[in-house]
Write a protein that binds this ligand. Structure first.
Ligand code: UDX
Length: 440
């Protein structure tokens, strides 16, 4: 392993912690750096501060190997690293659609003065196109090694719940570089991954930045497309499930990201399409991606329509007992950022419904963020005496519920399937009134 470059990972949130742990497991010496002492202490003691299947075991393994360490010192990072991966977050700015780049700029400004020898800084954060060029200036201006310190861009495509696999065995690697040397360094920093035959696209900085937002925009558009078709289906009594299944069989279209329902949420898709639309306007090509505003609107309407469906079924929401299944923005995650499930639960609560929420992993996060909502300990617990059960996140635990058994605890056998996760025939056969968006 002596010829492998030493890596630092700046920012040990979701992306950074996963990257640092996986790279150490793959054989690199890795230093994880964050300004948050509490986060660093947790990771150093072997605790992953978020829910991600498989990652805690790998953290233990990496720490035991002695190849993974954590620190809050940028001086140490500059001293240690041959290749620095910057993985800090770019959340949506308060009161604007634009991305908040303060963490990215701060990370570069903190690291660059400590780059005393030739090293490569690699941006992995999702940023508005044009940011890398500015950051390259920062590195040139502030790094003592002057022109020897270089910048590359290498977007990250990992999905929550599959973060380990997406990092160890990605579909592709995109290297935005300005020199042969930078490409050679990146190839060395990904050697074990490249040895698996992973395809590489070598390109310029701006294209590398754009690949990420273009990919997420495409995925969001695909979801909103099928949800727009669901709106049409509802108007004519057609069936979105059969429609989507039929489209999916055309392999030019494919079934992935074509699942109709409550729509997308999370820390990436919603903010990335907004930031992209905003950035496109800034650079004078707003019209080219104005459809992303529509994609966002379609997505928001799904949440409102789900509340309407419950209202239709119950003849009003105020005073009704409503079991809300799910809080996370998707299954196998404890992430509640822009979660459609909690949005719907909170709206129904605001309308006077007696909403009780259960989620297999995101309950603590939900409780902390929305202490006004009521919560329960299990899918059955929240369904006790319910007028309606509303499935909002498609955890397998909810799919596996036996409708006969659930019928014993509810007041009325009514279910709204916000994710097309249940077998409608089975529930109807058990005497339930089953409703889903885009189906009659
Ligand atoms: C996404 C991208 O997939 C990933 O490549 C990028 O790096 C980060 O953003 P993630 O946010 O983890 O990953 O979630 P993803 O699995 O993409 O799901 C996003 C949202 O879309 C979820 O709320 C999910 O419920 C919803 N979704 C997904 C649908 O509503 N229908 C679908 O068919 C697929």
């Amino acid at each position: 392993t002596t010829e492998l470059p030493r890596l630092t990972v700046i920012g040990t949130g979701y992306l950074g912690a996963t990257h640092a742990i996986c790279m150490a497991v793959l054989g690199f010496e890795v230093l994880g750096v964050d300004v948050d002492q509490a986060k660093i202490d947790k990771l150093a003691s072997g605790e992953v501060p978020f829910f991600e299947p498989g990652l805690p075991e790998l953290l233990t393994k990496a720490l035991e190997s002695g190849r993974l360490r954590f620190s809050t010192s940028f001086e140490e990072a500059g001293e240690f690293g041959d290749v620095h991966f910057v993985c800090v977050g770019t959340p949506q700015q308060a009161g604007s659609d634009a991305a908040d780049l303060s963490y990215v700029h701060a990370a570069f400004r903190s690291l660059a003065p400590h780059m005393h020898r030739r090293a490569l800084v690699v941006g992995k954060s999702t940023v508005p196109v044009g940011t890398a060029k500015q950051l390259a200036e920062t590195v040139r201006d502030l790094a003592p090694a002057g022109a020897e310190a270089e910048l590359a861009w290498n977007p990250e495509f990992l999905r929550e719940g599959f973060a380990v696999d997406d990092t160890m065995r990605p579909d592709r690697l995109v290297f935005g570089v300005e020199s042969e040397w930078a490409e050679e360094r990146l190839r060395a920093a990904y050697k074990p991954v490249l040895d698996l035959g992973t395809p590489v696209v070598r390109t310029d900085l701006a294209t590398a930045e754009l690949v990420k937002v273009a990919a997420n925009s495409f995925l969001a558009t695909k979801i909103s497309y099928i949800n727009a078709m669901a709106e049409v289906c509802e108007a004519v009594g057609a069936d979105i499930k059969d429609l989507a299944d039929s489209l999916a069989l055309d392999d030019r279209i494919g079934g992935k990201f074509l699942k109709p329902g409550l729509g997308f949420g999370g820390g990436c898709l919603p903010k990335d399409i907004r930031a992209f639309a905003h950035r496109a306007e800034e650079i004078g090509v707003g019209q080219a991606v104005s459809f992303l505003r529509e994609v966002d609107d379609i997505n928001r309407r799904r949440r409102a329509r789900t509340v309407d469906l419950v209202r239709e079924m119950l003849g009003g929401i105020s005073g009704k007992r409503i079991a809300a299944w799910g809080a996370a923005f998707k299954p196998n995650s404890d992430d509640i950022r822009d979660a459609p499930a909690l949005d719907v639960a909170r709206t129904m609560h605001g309308l006077g419904g007696h909403v009780r929420v259960f989620d297999p992993a995101a309950l603590d996060n939900a409780r902390r963020a929305f202490p006004d909502l009521r919560y329960g300990d299990s899918a059955f617990d929240v369904a006790r005496d319910a007028d309606v059960v509303v499935l909002l996140t498609e955890w397998s635990e909810f799919r596996e519920v036996d409708p006969e058994a659930l019928a014993e605890v509810v007041k009325h056998k009514r279910i709204v399937d916000g994710r097309h996760a249940l077998n409608a025939d089975q529930w109807r056969a058990a005497g339930w009134e089953y409703r889903a968006l885009g189906r009659s």
